[in-house]
Design a protein around this ligand. Structure first.
Ligand code: GAL
Length: 674
């Protein structure tokens, strides 16, 4: 199995963000010794180092970083070297206040925190490019250089800037997208409310306005903003490629889905990286984390890097819970099970001052005699036993379709209901699949769906006919599809598909929707099956679809709530409401069974996750016990060492496993299945 991480580091990427510029050099030798003892193989260096290398414009001092890089290579530790462009030094804003970003209401975001730059600012870009060139040239041949870390969490704090520079860049972007103002007027439906533009020069960002903004303008601004950040990334990548053609590049994506369109970005990364911060206070936290890992893996269909996670507590929620003993290890293996070839933390040494002084670190304020250091170092020692897993991936039979643009659109304003959060909707459909222990890829609708047995479409509100047609063809060719309400309603410019809802999916689903009947906040409607629907209901007129469940009270009593339609060689199931969890699970279980999708491992105790990674080098079954109590798990037939069958070995302990495996509370077994 080819593995980028093995090629660059010889084993798992294990380490942390390393910010040595926050400490005197006398601490650095201790850092190296502790890193070696903890099994660290790679650190991300210099992410916020801009001010420390360029104290004045154009005058670089890389002395401290040279000494850090030399120490790293002397200790056999790779550098995921940052391009340092994530947080400009105060002098940039002081000399060029026009580089500061603006909110929609005109508020200028000041220096004093981080990410205070307008992505479209030519001044920011010029200074960033000069810095990247200097960093790349300086370290091109340094033996510690393993990977380039471009910027940091693009769009995390400032996904959109509304300043005049951005306005002008937006107009150029619109010129490329639409060609001329007539096409823009048409796409944006500007005859409405007298919004017609005489020239592209008149167009502004969707700034604070008296009432609802033009939805197409708002949506295009999100696309433009993601593209503006992507241009910054590509500008840096081009420099790095020219100077170091053989060094892979990445940038770390961040949890909240709505900032940049990662599906559009992913082709430009050599390896996908993700920062994961599950909240220990949140009951569903591991399922939410699994969803994001399945999204990250599916971007390339290859291993990805867990580039940041907290060793214990973060400091940026209102209430910051530490990870309980065993949780950090368990959750790290969860990422590995779902395709991560790296386990990295934020950060190495806990800051003494600054806004993150109460964020956990591998080396806390109390030094190495602490739980965080002991537990992370123990994991570092253990991960080496999993080197054979590097490069393998998860073969998912189910796809969950989640489209960025559509998600942005459905969270806009002036819709039938304000309760249509894409993240929450996706998760409501993902949760039962996680519980059913089937492997899922979270994908955009434009990927090749033919390899999946079941495709789940929680909500695809904004979709062009050509893309919708791919889903229709998928079912016609024998695929199984589950779709939920308010899909196929508008095109990518938010113009309604005429001729009856849900325009391009009517034939596929075998009905028409006459009217939407969204429920009031917290409202519920009874279903004939005994369950309840929430969020939404709608007036369906069947035209061939079989009715699986009906609304049982209210104005729609007796009308279809859940339908099934045999279409071509496949089947399309539809949910006209958000059913309660048990009903949702029953609908998905039925679709899984019809599609011939089985659990990775059946009959597991509640709270036990089972994921299989496979590659040319073998198959590994990860069993993760999220319970505090011990559980017993039956391994698949034939995996035990009897009767000539290949014995499953727990890679972490070397033990040959029998038919039944005992998993300690928060325990992990990685069974090599031959
Ligand atoms: C990330 C960020 C890091 C650090 C971390 C704290 O979003 O990339 O620099 O701030 O959060 O949890």
């Amino acid at each position: 199995m080819s593995s980028l991480v093995r090629d660059r580091l010889g084993g798992f990427a294990f380490g942390a963000d390393y910010n040595p510029e926050q400490w005197s050099e006398s601490v650095w030798d201790e850092d190296m010794a502790l890193m070696k003892a903890a099994g660290v193989t790679m650190v991300s260096v210099g992410i916020f180092g801009w001010a420390a290398v360029e104290a004045e414009p154009g005058s670089y001092d890389f002395g401290w970083l040279d000494r850090v890089m030399d120490r790293l290579s002397a200790n056999g530790i790779g550098a995921c070297l940052a391009t340092m462009t994530a947080s400009p030094p105060p002098w940039l804003a002081h000399r060029h206040p026009e580089t500061l970003p603006r909110r929609a209401d005109g508020t200028v975001l000041s220096p004093g925190s981080r990410q205070h730059y307008c992505p479209s600012s030519p001044v920011y870009r010029e200074h960033a490019a000069r810095l990247v060139e200097a960093v790349a040239t300086r370290y091109a041949d340094h033996p510690a250089l393993a990977l380039w870390h471009i910027n940091n969490e693009y769009g995390c704090h400032v996904p959109e800037c509304f300043c005049d520079v951005s306005a002008s860049a937006f107009r150029s972007w619109l010129g490329v997208r639409y060609g001329d103002v007539d096409a823009l007027n048409d796409a944006w439906s500007t005859t409405f409310w007298s919004q017609r533009y005489a020239a592209l020069d008149e167009v502004l960002p969707p700034r604070a306005a008296p009432s609802f903004l033009n939805p197409a303008q708002v949506l295009d601004y999100k696309r433009f903003s993601s593209d503006a950040l992507l241009e910054c990334y590509l500008m840096e990548k081009e420099i790095l490629r020219r100077v170091t053609p053989d060094v892979p590049v990445t940038t770390n994506f961040v949890g909240a889905w709505h900032r940049i369109d990662v599906a559009k970005w992913a082709p430009h990364l050599d390896v996908v990286s993700y920062d994961s911060y599950p909240d220990p206070h949140e009951p569903d936290t591991v399922i939410q984390a699994a969803f994001m890992y399945d999204r990250m893996r599916a971007l390339h269909g290859k291993p990805w890097l867990l580039l940041e996670q907290a060793p214990s507590a973060v400091n940026w929620r209102t209430h910051n819970a530490p990870k309980a003993p065993g949780e950090m290890r368990l959750w790290s293996y969860q990422a590995v099970a779902r395709g991560a070839d790296a386990v990295m933390y934020f950060q190495w040494r806990q800051s003494r001052g600054g806004a993150e002084r109460f964020h956990s670190a591998m080396v806390p304020h109390g030094g190495p005699i602490t739980r965080a250091y002991t537990e992370t170092a123990a994991l570092g020692a253990e991960l080496g036993r999993l080197d054979a897993v590097l490069g393998s991936t998860v073969d998912a039979p189910v796809a969950l379709v989640s489209d960025w643009s559509s998600g942005w659109a459905v969270q806009g304003s002036a819709l039938p209901s304000a309760d249509l959060g894409q993240e929450e909707t996706d998760f409501a459909h993902y949760r039962p699949l996680w519980t059913a222990r089937v492997a899922v890829d979270v994908v955009s609708p434009s990927v090749d769906l033919s390899r999946y047995r079941l495709v789940v479409v929680p909500n695809l509100y904004a979709v062009d006919v050509a893309v919708a047609e791919r889903l229709v063809e998928y079912v016609r060719a024998g695929g199984h599809l589950v779709m939920s309400f308010f899909s196929g309603i508008v095109d990518s410019a938010e113009r309604v598909h005429l001729g009856g809802y849900p325009g391009p999916f009517r034939d596929l689903l075998g009905f028409g929707v006459d009217e939407f009947w969204p429920l009031p906040p917290g409202g519920a409607v009874a279903l004939g099956s005994g369950g309840v629907g929430t969020h939404w209901s709608e007036w369906i007129t069947p035209a061939g679809a079989e009715v699986l469940d009906r609304f049982a009270d209210g104005e729609l009593a007796g009308r279809p709530a859940i339908t099934r339609h045999a279409f071509g060689d496949g089947v399309a199931t539809y949910l006209a409401t958000r059913p309660d969890e048990a009903t949702m699970a029953a609908v998905l279980d039925r679709a899984l069974a019809e599609a011939g999708v089985a659990a990775v491992l059946p009959d597991l105790p509640a709270g036990v996750e089972a994921v299989e990674r496979r590659g040319s080098g073998g198959r590994w079954l990860f069993l993760l016990n999220h319970n505090k109590h011990a559980v017993t798990v039956r391994l698949p037939e034939g995996s035990e060492g009897a009767e000539g069958a290949a014995g499953a070995v727990d890679v972490l302990t070397g033990d040959v496993l029998g038919a039944e495996v005992e998993l300690a509370g928060r325990g992990v077994v990685v069974a090599r299945m031959g």
